[in-house]
Ligand binder design. Structure first.
Ligand SMILES: Nc1ccn([C@@H]2O[C@H](COP(=O)(O)OP(=O)(O)OP(=O)(O)O)[C@@H](O)[C@H]2O)c(=O)n1
Length: 414
């Protein structure tokens, strides 16, 4: 049997020797679930349940291998060992027996234990059957009430695994949905980001809104569901013609932020389309400043693109569009496509964006602020920035081509 098991069940692949663990020790949670369905993830995270000495085991392992050690919960005896590409958590079994510990978890598919010493599975809640039936099924309604984040986790994991939510579980989630507001918004936000980053999960996002899970934070989201549902298809169609844009959409907004550019575009669909109201919604969920600014830039960019319905954009308007968006340009294109704009209408803008020498998308300044100050004997002030902008616009519109003309133009404006 062990031969047929995926890597995660092979202790030889773990970043430590099995002999370093006290017996019994069990691998539990997402790694077991994902291993059994053959799902691979980028950040591998192994969760172990021990019947004793969980924190001490973690401390000893970290010291032995020179890995990081984090005490996560002294009272409940949970600690983390951080290896190079993998984190390993050790927790004392809740209720002091493996079976009781598994019974207190959220869903049956997350409550399967693997004993690495005997290479056997312990599955009192029949999680393996539900894995085969591709079902997210609660262990009990009380467990969902105990930690209402689990309500949203259920929808998120259904999206990531491509599973259905079992009927009674769905009814319980809907009934308990108002409890989610008791949970720290940071935890809710993390789940939402997973949902936005999961391809083809917009229908699940919509369903989770309909059962009342995310509607308290995004009250008017249903007005954009039609567009939200088209986002993945639009991104795919865009990628067929412009593969570079497709790659850019899947990149993280920042290295330190998990949300992708396509994810932030989906988030912008859920928000109120009014900038002030969208800002209030995102602040409520404690999204970071950069996430917030990005959503607002997308909404603004989309309203600029909407002008294309009635006219061509002037060079000045195009300049402000590119300046306002930067790396978010593909996000707005996908939103515009989802809203019904044809690629034909959008391609002149896309071609500018993809050409690093394009004077509108990537204008080169004829002179720097210092050079301008020197030429006109000006002191530093916000006025310098305004003059540089005017010079830039003059360049774009073809009124200025030399440094002398730029200086004369600025002089005239003064
Ligand atoms: N609110 C929660 C969070 C976690 N768990 C249990 O703790 C395990 C590990 O949790 P975590 O690492 O947060 O999530 P995973 O299920 O491992 O999966 P993912 O990485 O997709 O979040 C879960 O499988 C589940 O058994 C739970 O019952 N309730």
């Amino acid at each position: 049997m062990s031969e047929a098991l995926p890597d995660v069940f092979s202790p030889a692949r773990w970043p430590f020797e099995l002999s370093q663990l006290p017996q019994p020790a069990y691998l539990v949670g997402g790694a077991v679930r994902d291993g059994l369905v053959g799902r691979t993830v980028t950040d591998l995270d192994l969760d172990f349940v021990l019947l004793q000495d969980a924190v001490q085991t973690a401390r000893t392992l970290a010291k032995y291998y020179g890995a990081g050690f984090v005490l996560l919960d002294a009272e409940r005896q949970i600690a983390r060992v951080v290896f190079k590409n993998i984190t390993v958590d050790f927790a004392q079994a809740e209720g002091n027996s493996l079976e009781q510990d598994l019974r207190r978890r959220d869903f049956t598919v997350n409550a399967i234990a693997f004993d690495p010493f005997t290479q056997t599975f312990i599955d009192p809640n029949k999680g393996q059957e539900d894995l085969q039936r591709r079902l997210i099924k609660m262990i009990s309604p009380e467990n969902l009430q105990d930690d209402p984040l689990r309500l949203l986790r259920g929808y998120r994991q259904a999206a990531q695994l491509g599973f259905e939510i079992e009927a009674e579980t769905k009814a319980a989630i809907q009934a308990f949905a108002p409890l989610l507001s008791q949970v720290a918004v940071e935890r809710i936000r993390t789940e939402l980001v997973y949902l936005f980053n999961t391809p083809n999960a917009t229908n699940i996002i919509q369903k989770s809104w309909e059962v009342g899970l995310i509607s308290p934070w995004f009250q008017s989201a249903n007005q954009q569901f039609q567009h939200l549902s088209q986002m993945d298809l639009s991104a795919e169609n865009l990628g067929k013609i412009y593969p570079q844009l497709s790659q850019e959409l899947s990149r993280g907004l920042r290295e330190t932020l998990k949300i992708s550019i396509l994810g932030i575009a989906k988030l912008s669909c859920l928000c109120n389309q009014n900038l002030t109201l969208a800002e209030a919604e995102l602040l409520e969920l404690k999204f970071s400043k950069i996430e917030l600014k990005s959503v607002l830039a997308i909404l603004k960019g989309l309203s600029q693109i909407n002008l294309l319905k009635t006219k061509d954009l002037s060079l000045r308007e195009q300049y402000f569009l590119f300046q306002g968006l930067g790396i978010l340009f593909p996000a707005v294109i996908v939103r515009a496509m989802a809203a019904g704009f044809s690629l034909e209408t959008l391609s002149p803008l896309i071609n500018r964006y993809l050409n690093p020498n394009d004077p509108i998308a990537y204008p080169q300044l004829l002179l720097t602020g210092n050079e301008l100050m020197e030429a006109l004997k000006l002191r530093p002030s916000p006025k310098i920035g305004e003059l540089l902008l005017e010079i830039q616009l003059g360049q774009i519109e073809g009124k200025i081509t030399t440094i002398e003309q730029a200086i004369a133009y600025a002089q005239q404006l003064l």
